[in-house]
Design a protein around this ligand. Sequence first.
Ligand SMILES: NC(=O)C1=CN([C@@H]2O[C@H](COP(=O)(O)OP(=O)(O)OC[C@H]3O[C@@H](n4cnc5c(N)ncnc54)[C@H](OP(=O)(O)O)[C@@H]3O)[C@@H](O)[C@H]2O)C=CC1
Ligand SMILES: O=C1O[C@H](COP(=O)(O)O)[C@@H](O)[C@H](O)[C@H]1O
Length: 516
Amino acid sequence: MAENQNLEPLKAPGTVFFIFGATGDLARRKLFPAIYSLYREGKLSEDFAVIGVARRSRTQEEFREDVYQSIQEFCRYKPEQAPEWGEFAAHFEYKSLDINDIDGFRELRVQTEQLETKFNIPGNRLFYLALAPELFGSVSFNLMKGGMLEGAGWNRLVIEKPFGYDLESAAKLNEEIRKVFKEEEIYRIDHYLGKEMVQNIEVIRFANAFFEPLWNNKHIANVQITLGETVGVEERGGYYDHAGALRDMGQNHMLQLLTMIAMEPPSRLLAEDIRDEKVKVLRSLRPYATSEEVRNNVVRGQYTKGSADGKELPAYREEDKVHPESLTETYFAARVFVDNFRWAGVPFYIRTGKRLPVKTTEVVVEFKRMPTNVYLGQKHSLEPNLLVIRVNPMEGIYVKINAKKPGSESEIAPVAMDFCQSCIVGINSPEAYERLLHDAARGDSTYFTRWDEVASAWAFVDRIANTWKEEQGDLEMYPAGSWGPAKADELLQEDGFHWWPVNGQKEDNVVWLKGQ
Ligand SMILES: NC(=O)C1=CN([C@@H]2O[C@H](COP(=O)(O)OP(=O)(O)OC[C@H]3O[C@@H](n4cnc5c(N)ncnc54)[C@H](OP(=O)(O)O)[C@@H]3O)[C@@H](O)[C@H]2O)C=CC1
Ligand SMILES: O=C1O[C@H](COP(=O)(O)O)[C@@H](O)[C@H](O)[C@H]1O
């Protein structure tokens, strides 16, 4: 049922969606709601089915009730009072199965074929592994052994992060999966690539005549990428204490954002052309050659006790399932260089942390200053122009320019021209998982990471992680609710820059012009 009859959504073809890990957190918070939103927006074929798979026992009714509750709680469309709920829920079935149990997969095959007949589905099967990565290899193998890949249509494997712990483990994992699935059948999720504004970076860059000519080291002084989180590790202390911020956010989301900013314009907007350009950026990252270079360019931190909004916050080491003497970083910042003609000499400063003062993902492109200041004697020196891309939770862009202060004789003030996409009434951006599930079902792998991207990102990150493993003395402590270690500010100060305020920290001297 299309929510807006004027839109003609690109429908996914008839597909059976298998959610392995159907009783887990990701399925509940993201995947079932994404499927329902796609249904409500008319982006699913009427000929679809969803089979939830996990070990726990569930009757079909109990499973459908779980799905209902998850959608009610987490979806942007609510099923209560929706007349089509019963019709939608009838497409859901559950199969209790341990992924090591090959007989279970044979039973799953029978159940699948029955559903394909019942809903007239042409044999397309999408296997979403919302499971611990250690299980990916076994699931792939048992899908093949159990005859699950012998349907009449296509097979696609969608896998979650983390994709490995380092390059070596990622390569091993990839090898196991590739024994069963071809690269073009594998859709590696990086949910940041499903975010509306991350995809918009491409459009802002390649559809605007006044950005692209300036998008290089002649005009850009530096780029700052911030992925700030207010949350701690929540219930994921066990996983996080093993991973840390560099692996959890750096290897994937941060480097992916950097590639979107730095890549060359592809000649065609096809998945492989875009991914080719992105991987070139990853291969151009200047590797830190020595541990001294790591120390000079990368800062790591861990949060201690602190407070935010008047609430006391515990130290990382006091969090559930975290080692009481843990040396895992909950924050890192780095100065990164992309060694190619376009970006030679331009520092990219990236930072991410848990328990920072605001939840925000933001990219600031700072342009070089004017060659000379003819307005000497002004109260404020001329500020550099900024292009700020707000990814999340605010969506939009703003451009900071210098203009005559309205009403003044000749005073110059920075003016922010603000296009706040998320402020527009009626815009209800799809969740990243909606977009990505829809793309996977339509066979569009543009916003999924290809193996060579994953491998190049690990190669870069491994050098940092290996140095950190050998030398543990540089872990900086920062109070929960603060902006992280002061050393991260020094990274920029050394180059004559500073972090620009991000969402939630407004600059006093800036005049804001709001637009839509
Ligand atoms: N939660 C999130 O927001 C995010 C999660 N991820 C990744 O997604 C994956 C899943 O995460 P999450 O949902 O949080 O994890 P959970 O621990 O909540 O869920 C794991 C799921 O796997 C099932 N499972 C475990 N072992 C088996 C088995 N042997 N056979 C069949 N099913 C099994 C569990 O069901 P049962 O116990 O019933 O068998 C459960 O449904 C992980 O790789 C995680 O890193 C990535 C990004 C965000
Ligand atoms: O992948 C992850 O991302 C989330 C942050 O995602 P966002 O969409 O809310 O910005 C992070 O909390 C988590 O640790 C990490 O695994």
